[in-house]
Design a protein around this ligand. Sequence first.
Ligand code: FAD
Length: 332
Amino acid sequence: MDFQDYQGVWVFIEEKDGEIPSVSLELLGAGRKLADKRGVELAGILIGEDIKHLAQTVFEYGADTVYVYDQPIFKHYRTESFMKALLECSNKYKPEIILFGATSTGKDLASAVATDLPTGLTADTTELDVEEDTGLLLASRPAFGGNIMATILCKKYRPQMATVRAKVMKALPPQPGRTGKVIEEKVSLKEEDIRTKVLEIVKETTKKVRIDEADIIVAGGKGLGSAEGFQLVHQLANALGGTVGASRDVVEAGWIEHGHQVGQTGVTVTPKIYIAIGISGAIQHIVGMKNSGLIIAINKDSEAPIFDSCHYGIVGDAFEIVPVLIEQFTQA
Ligand code: FAD
């Protein structure tokens, strides 16, 4: 494979309810750094219906070029149609790197595209760099239960692809009015060519968990003993105006849904304040919250590993300490 033909860094831009989610803006920030180091262009790829106007936002967050596929067939995300657009675009313009958010759409699309190209894909990346001269992408992620960071290289194929976790990269400050080149493309695809049909969209009725965007997270672990004991976590979160987080063991016990799980197989969070109650501090949990601004741990075992990863630790029984905090913050 002649790598000379492959140039530029691309970011797949997601669209939800007419807006670009923060993960795509963060990826533009990360992509800009890689593109500058390589001295190449940064491009965004937008696929959807009535989405062309979003190109302006993509420019303001750092892209030089935006490839736009704006057709009714892209009204809803479907693997087959989005994959066809991305494959055609990639084969035509040959980027050296394509980044996706590690979201349900990003993970689905990236793996389908990588398989079809074919090329390698590093999933759930938390650090990105590029070798200036060779253009080799250095995509790092926790491996072996979070005990090591593995840097994964794709030496034989182009483009190099990675999905990147939300909240680990930083978006650039937007530059209002910054523009670039829009390249409009179309795929020749008929509705009957696509096996997946969207019959109905059912909106979530429960309040949406935006744990990855919360400023304050109160997280609880198995130390709370039961679903009833775990209610203390909800009460303290309410008193502080925060969001509830949990360890995997709590999710597996069915005390709360998976969307609240923090850690390696859950969500990576970076709130201003993270309060861990009755959580032992297993490495798989720590990797998901260690970059929080202020970490406070409450645990009755003074030897619990969570105390190695917190700024303030309270050794004691959660059932004695947390009610006092709830009372204090409710009065405040
Ligand atoms: P425990 O380890 O049982 O800890 C309970 C803590 O509560 C103890 O420290 C105890 O001293 C304290 N305690 C007990 N009673 C009280 C009390 N009354 N007051 C105060 N403290 C009290 N885990 C995650 O969280 N997120 C992940 O994404 C994740 N992914 C994983 C992926 C893999 C591949 C593997 C192998 C594991 C993963 N785990 C994950 C599981 C992880 O290894 C731990 O098992 C889990 O985090 C432990 O949950 P816990 O701290 O709630 O429970």
